[in-house]
Design a protein around this ligand. Structure first.
Ligand code: PRT
Ligand code: ZN
Length: 290
């Protein structure tokens, strides 16, 4: 009998397809893009990538056809049938928001403004939950795509759709109001127990993916600083926790400060550090973190 292989479902083509493969490669898995379009093998671990429509990913993972999947949170949350997979972690790409939008002349003043209106969406289940939570009775018109044209066609007064740059809404004369779901690509996992043979591999993949996701956007910041201004400097460093402080040779009044910043380090941050007396400031990318 052949030894078991871990299966990860990914989008075959579309907005998340390339980025999902990039993310998997960043976790150290070498993908062999063979002749089989539906399945890519991993060269250096017993893992197969199942390449499918994104809408099928929660079902595949829920039913245990795949052990893990990478899919937009919006697709996961829209699913209502069968076993719902667990969201293991957010992966930091494919960011978009599911938002309510309406023509610019629509006076939106909270969810109650939607009472009695028709709202077009491809996400009827998420929208229904939002309306119920806010005790609003409205009619949902389900559309498979081109939701943004619904108000112009008088099919609906408002829409509920994914927005990233906002350009689609703008082109169609619509303005976003409420955000009902913040989405990005997420790693999902089957609820049922994994075969004991695959558990250590699965744990190591999750740990590596956490490392990739944590290191993306994170920066290693180094500088020299006057000892007396350390509290102020620590305060300025974005998402850094406790920095490492080491003495500088031949200097009693100054120290070297090293810190991992989890958030973006902007020019403004560097200017603030400089005003607080820091010098020789270096910001370096981080390749791996665990
Ligand atoms: O073929 P398959 O079924 O696999 O793919 P698909 O066509 O259903 O999905 P795809 O590839 O379009 O999107 C995959 C996932 O990308 C979505 O489920 C989201 O999680 C994520 N994503 C991120 C987006 C967007 N950004 C996005 N902007 N999905 C769709 N859009 C659309 C949105 O629906 C709207 O029409 O882009 C338009 C708005 O974009 P802006 O930039 O004009 O605001
Ligand atoms: Zn889809």
């Amino acid at each position: 009998m052949s030894s078991p292989r871990l299966r990860i479902a990914v989008q075959k083509s579309g907005r998340l397809a390339d980025k999902s493969l990039e993310f998997i490669e960043a976790a150290g898995l070498r993908i062999v893009k063979g002749a089989n379009e539906l399945l890519y093998r991993i060269e250096n671990a017993p893992i197969d990538l199942l390449r499918v429509r994104d809408d099928d990913i929660p079902t595949f993972v829920g039913d245990g056809v795949a052990d893990f999947g990478i899919v937009g949170r919006n697709v996961l949350e829209e699913r209502v049938e069968g076993e719902k997979p667990i969201e293991v972690m957010a992966l930091g790409f494919g960011r978009c928001d599911l938002r309510i939008a309406a023509p610019k002349d629509f006076m939106y003043d909270g969810p109650q403004s939607l009472a009695g209106e028709r709202i077009a969406t491809s996400y009827p289940n998420i929208l229904r939950r939002f309306l119920k939570k806010n005790d609003v009775k409205a009619e949902i018109v389900t559309m498979r795509g081109a939701v943004e044209v619904a108000p112009r066609l008088k099919l609906a007064r408002a829409i509920c759709d994914l927005v990233s740059t906002g350009a689609t809404l703008e082109t169609n004369g619509l303005a976003a109001t409420e955000t009902i779901l913040e989405s990005e690509a997420v790693l999902i996992q089957c609820r049922g127990p994994l075969s004991p043979d695959l558990r250590p591999l699965a744990d190591s993949i999750i740990a590596r993916m956490r490392g990739v996701s944590a290191s993306r956007g994170a920066k290693y910041v180094m500088m020299n600083a006057p000892r007396v201004r350390l509290p102020e400097i620590t305060e300025i460093l974005p998402g850094a926790g406790a920095p490492t402080v080491t003495p500088l040779a031949g200097r009693d009044d100054a120290v070297a400060v090293h810190a991992v910043c989890q958030e973006s380090v902007f020019w403004e941050t560097l200017e603030k550090l400089k005003s607080a007396g820091a010098s020789a400031i270096l910001v370096l990318p981080i390749e791996k973190m665990m």
